[in-house]
Design a protein around this ligand. Structure first.
Ligand code: GRF
Length: 199
């Protein structure tokens, strides 16, 4: 199973997956990393790990269709089977989505379908969870469709919200959970224990 990553910032989830590939806990090969942010920590991580990496964005491709095409070509050229959105702040283009339908996964730092949708990212998610008074939050991995955070959920893990939690303290606990959940879920896909929905 060859993995292609789309990342915008730090890339700690990507790193957790790379570590699992290296340790053998995950039977997959990291094939390529694409970032819309030329300064992202994720691109540095990819460089350190010797994984082919590319900056593809509205800067390199001002026309959205040509950007979509460039992203798709890069994934295809590197023979990617599963596309991983690990903190990717952009929407995927139609061509990429069509080609990889059912094989694009995103991780969200809450228990979808709650606290998802446009504008729900980063600390905004954790602020909303704390404001709601919910006793639990968590991490969700879902298949990506045309909308934000709406595709079929394939894995979820719960995390308690502690009294006195700040968005930052809750984010830290959820992120630690994400780092376990993503490699574990990918391994289940690699072994066939989870079958991705086909159209
Ligand atoms: C994670 O919290 C993930 O749920 C969200 O973006 C964040 C990415 O963090 N989609 P990192 O770049 O993997 O550190």
């Amino acid at each position: 199973m060859k993995l292609g990553f789309l990342v915008s910032h730090n890339g700690s989830n990507m790193q957790a997956i790379l570590d699992a590939c290296r340790s053998g806990a995950l039977s997959a090969v990291p094939a390529v990393v694409i970032s819309n942010n030329s300064e992202s920590g994720a691109l540095n991580r990819a460089g350190r790990e010797g994984i082919p990496s590319f900056h593809l964005s509205g800067m390199t491709h001002p026309d959205p269709e040509s950007l979509d095409r460039a992203i798709l070509d890069t994934l295809l050229k590197n023979e990617v089977d599963v596309v991983i959105l690990a903190g990717y702040m952009k929407r995927l283009g139609f061509a990429t989505l069509r080609q990889y339908r059912g094989a694009v996964l995103n991780i969200h730092p809450a228990l979808l379908p709650k606290f998802g949708g446009k504008g729900m990212y980063g600390n905004r998610v954790h602020e909303a969870v704390i404001r709601s008074g919910d006793a639990e939050s968590g991490a969700t991995i879902h298949v990506v469709d045309e909308n934000y955070d709406t595709g079929p959920v394939i894995a979820q893990e719960r995390v308690p919200v502690a009294p006195g939690d700040t968005p930052e303290s809750l984010a830290e606990r959820v992120l630690a959970c994400e780092h376990r959940l993503f490699p574990e879920t990918l391994q289940k896909i690699a072994t066939g224990a989870i079958v991705l929905p086909q159209d």
